[in-house]
Write a protein that binds this ligand. Structure first.
Ligand code: AMP
Ligand code: ZN
Length: 116
């Protein structure tokens, strides 16, 4: 995808602070972190959102899930973390290349969502 910011990060056309890379997955620190540990894992191949995932994406999405804990520990979130995948308009997804946020650190996080 020519104009996708996360595809540009994968191609090295936009700088990022890399956390991890293999042939299927790229992980990098969020530019605007909401906690001391905040990075994202993405498939290198463009998929717009979790709503577009198909059976063909199972290997990469499974790998992302299996990597999350190891990378969270590596980044200093050894006692747990939170995974968020904002999806579509309702999920308030801003960047339309599927990404798995991993959020943590040493302080206990606030509640998952604010009740209203
Ligand atoms: P979402 O609202 O789930 O689509 O989250 C998109 C995330 O991407 C936000 O947390 C942004 O801070 C982050 N982000 C946007 N552009 C960049 C970038 N160039 N490098 C790193 N993180 C980015
Ligand atoms: Zn993309």
């Amino acid at each position: 995808m020519d104009n996708c910011i996360f595809c540009k990060i994968v191609r090295g056309e936009v700088p990022s602070r890399k956390v991890y890379e293999d042939e299927l997955v790229y992980a990098f620190h969020d530019i605007n972190p909401v906690a001391p540990v905040h990075f994202m894992l993405i498939p290198k191949a463009h998929v717009a959102s979790m709503a577009q995932l198909e059976a063909e994406h199972e290997p990469v999405m499974g790998r992302i899930m299996a990597l999350a804990a190891r990378l969270a520990r590596q980044e200093g979130s050894s006692e747990g973390f939170r995974v968020i995948v904002n999806t579509g308009r309702i999920g308030r997804q801003d960047v339309m290349h599927v990404h798995v946020h991993v959020i943590g650190g040493t302080e206990v996080l606030p509640p998952m969502l604010v009740r209203r």
